[in-house]
Every structure is written in C-alpha cells, then in structure tokens.
Ligand binder design. Sequence first.
Ligand code: IMP
Length: 191
Amino acid sequence: MRNLHPDLARVIITEDEIRARIKELARQIENDYASADRIILVGILKGAFIFMADLARELNIPHIVDFMAVSSYGKTTVSSGAVRVVLDLREPIENEHVILVEDIVDTGLTLNYLVHTLKGRRPASIRTCVLAIKDRLRVDVQVDYLGFEIPDVWVVGYGLDYADTHRTLPFVAELKPEIYQTTASGNTSPD
Ligand code: IMP
C-alpha cells in the first residue's frame, strides 16, 4: 500500500470495503424500489459526489440524479449549527421517490434539515443513504441505508474533505487531530 500523507493518522475504510458495501446498498435499494417507476437520487455537494457517482452506477433500476449544496461548515471541523441551502434542485420532486445521498452524519443537523425541507415539497417518499455515521451522541436522524459506522474523528477522502483538501483520496482516512486543531478558522463555505 502506498505511504499515507503525513496529515493522515490511519485508513478507516479501504477502497475494497467501500466498493463491496456500495454493491450491497445498491441491491437493497433495487429490492426496496422494485415496483417504483423511477427514483431520484439527490446528492449533497460537495462531499457526496464520489459516493453518489459510484452508487448511481451500481444501481440497476431507473433513476435520475440531482444535486443540492448546503453550507454549515467552513474550514473548521466544528459545526456552526446553522444549515443554509446554497444550491437547490433543478426539478420539482412532488410525487417522486427521493433518496438523499449524503457523505457523513456527524451531529445529524444537516440531514435532518434536508429531510425536513424536502418533505415539504411532497415527494411520494423520502429516504436517506449515508456513507458513514459517527459513533457519537447526535440528534435523532433518519438513516435508511448506511454504509459504515465510524469512530468520532475527523475523516477525509472519498469525497470528504478538510478545508477542501484530501477530498479525492480513494479511501476514507482519519485526519491527525493536530492538523485541524491548529488551523481551525471559522469561515463558512459549501462543503
Ligand atoms: P452534521 O450536520 O453535523 O451531521 O454534519 C454533516 C456535514 O458535515 C457532512 O455533510 C460533512 O460535509 C461535514 N462533516 C462532518 N463530519 C465530517 C468529517 O469527519 N469529515 C468531513 N466532513 C465532515
């Protein structure tokens, strides 16, 4: 295996584990929506773009993709608690079966906000598919399809970033705490 970048402590989810789990999630989704005309996969940018691309290509039922972006974190690893839509869906979702595809659930505030917002648009159904959830106390949150439960550490790779770095690593790795503890700044930007 190649050497880890010095910012990284360890690999938490390998490429092979991600690939295998996505196949399982896709089979579950195909099964659950076997009688639906189509589903709309809504990817939350930027973090979910790689997971979404792999999941969508693995799905063997009719689906279309759309995207949203929200802002709640900036360079820091601490949630501001406020969620704001900075890019909305292109199409209405009324009477459609929607699956929100998210990279990671930490406090759960982002996913909760999105589920609540999209429910208001009267979809036929709404479920969530999340690559990883942190093992910590959080608000009650609806996760229907879950990739992995991970420790409560800051992770990067496979779409996940720290201040927009390390996003395109093919695996998920823990960022060394000293990296984010020394450079946290507090600005917000879509992630
Ligand atoms: P929540 O609202 O606290 O659940 O945070 C969810 C959002 O924060 C995710 O969509 C990510 O964009 C970001 N986030 C939370 N934890 C991490 C992490 O460990 N690495 C990268 N991004 C994270």
